[in-house]
Design a protein around this ligand. Sequence first.
Ligand code: NAG
Ligand code: NAG
Ligand code: NAG
Length: 234
Amino acid sequence: MQLSATVLASFLVVAGLAATAAGLRFEATNNATTTPGGQRFDREYGVGLAVQVLSEASCFVWKVFNQTSPADRRPAVDDRVKFVVNFVNTNILAFERDSESSITLNAGYVNNITGDVRTLVTGLLYHEVTHVWQWGQQDTSSAHSWIYEGIADFVRLRAGYAAPYWLQPGQGSSWDTGYDVTARFLDYCDELRPGFVAVLNVRLKDSYRDDYFVEIMGKPVQELWKDYKAKYGG
Ligand SMILES: *[C@@H]1O[C@H](CO)[C@@H](O)[C@H](O)[C@H]1NC(C)=O
Ligand SMILES: *[C@@H]1O[C@H](CO)[C@@H](O)[C@H](O)[C@H]1NC(C)=O
Ligand SMILES: *[C@@H]1O[C@H](CO)[C@@H](O)[C@H](O)[C@H]1NC(C)=O
C-alpha cells in the first residue's frame, strides 16, 4: 500500500498532488508558495513526499489501532485526506480540521525550523493524520482533548518521530498533560498491556472516562501514573 515517490513524481503538477490508495484519496497542496516557509517546504519537503507520508502514516495508524479490516476504521470525510501548507499568523505548528479530514501545516513554522525539516514535518504529519482516524474527536473542544493529543503523539512516538524538544520518559507532572507527556505514559501502559491504545481508541467512541484505565489495564490511572513515575525514579 506504500506509494512510490517515483510514480508520484510523474503526477506532479505545479503546487498540488494527489494519489489514491485503499479507496482513499490523499491530496496535498502548497498554498503558501509566496512565503519563505512555503518556499522552504517545496525545497526541503514537497507535496509528493507529503502525499506519500500521509498514505504510509495512515497505514501505520490502522496498524497501531489494530484495525486490519477497513470496516473497523473511522471513515474520512468523502474518503479524502487533504493537506495544505498555509501561512497562519499564529504560533500553531499544524492542525487538523475534523469536519473535513484536512490538515494544515503552518508555513510560518516551516520557516522557523532549526532542525531537520523532513523529520519534523513527517512527525507532525503522523500526529495530525492520527486525528483524522482516531475515534472520539467530537470531544476535542472539551476537557478531554489531552487524551486525543496524547494518542496522536503516541502514534508519532511509535513511528520513531518523537521530536527533540519533547520531555523524556518519566518527566511531566500529570498523565493528562497531553502531547508528549501523555504519549510517553500511554507508551508505558501499552508496553504493560500490548494493544492498550487500540482498545482505548475504540472506547473513545463514547467519549473519555478515567474508568477505561481500570477496565483495560486493571488499575486506576492514578496508580498507573505513580508506577510510571517510580519506574523513572519519581
Ligand atoms: C489559500 O490561501 C488563501 C489566502 O492566504 C486563503 O484565502 C485560502 O483559504 C487558502 N486555501 C486553502 C485551501 O487553504
Ligand atoms: C516564527 O518565529 C517568529 C520570530 O521569532 C515568531 O514571531 C513567530 O511566531 C514564529 N512562528 C511560528 C509558527 O512558530
Ligand atoms: C487485534 O484484534 C483482533 C480481533 O480483530 C484480536 O483478536 C487481537 O487480540 C487484537 N490484538 C491486540 C494486540 O489487542
